[in-house]
Ligand binder design. Structure first.
Ligand SMILES: Cc1cc2nc3c(=O)[nH]c(=O)nc-3n(C[C@H](O)[C@H](O)[C@H](O)COP(=O)(O)O)c2cc1C
Length: 152
């Protein structure tokens, strides 16, 4: 069984966005040693991240991330146990629509809008719900119609 955990947070206003590339490099080096896979989405100073792997490692990493002084307003969005990983191929997949940051990170390491959409469509619903509104805001996904909303 694997633990999957998704949270959101906000990059501190005094910190330069280029730090996102550093965080990503660090995660891609470190996560394989912890048997952790995941996905980080970033846009306009906000993060949503999925971490998945052995329960104790995921919890310990989340505790470290929560205490990371580079961001604030860290809020757990969803947590569940699962028989399968959702992003088994990625130490830390990354998506941002922000052109300068995509180039800084290196286009080869950044998911395309079509790729992130395909990943999110395969996520378990409670985890997908953490990413969908954020990606919809970026124009990468359409929000499903709200139950009870009228087309009239
Ligand atoms: C938004 C965000 C995402 C992060 N994701 C990871 C990650 O996936 N893996 C990781 O090892 N560190 C990640 N970090 C960095 C950790 O917060 C922490 O700096 C790092 O694990 C080193 O901690 P340590 O020096 O106490 O071991 C992230 C930080 C931020 C702000």
């Amino acid at each position: 069984m694997w633990r999957q955990l998704a949270y959101q947070s906000v990059l501190k206003s005094e910190i330069d966005e280029t730090v996102v590339a550093e965080i990503l490099q660090y995660a891609n080096r470190r996560n394989p040693t912890l048997d952790i896979t995941g996905m980080l989405v970033y846009h306009q100073r906000r993060f949503v991240q999925l971490l998945e792997g052995p329960a104790t490692n995921v919890r310990a990493l989340y505790t470290r991330i929560e205490q990371d002084a580079r961001h604030h307003s860290v809020r757990l969005c969803a947590e569940r146990m699962s028989d399968e990983r959702s992003v088994p191929k990625f130490a830390m997949a990354f998506f941002t629509p922000d052109t300068a940051l995509r180039e800084l990170v290196g286009l080869g390491f950044v998911l395309t809008a079509a790729q992130v959409k395909a990943v999110v469509e395969r996520l378990p619903p409670v985890i997908a719900a953490c990413f969908v509104p954020f990606l919809a805001e970026m124009g990468c996904l359409k929000l499903p119609p709200r139950h009870g909303s009228s087309a009239s």
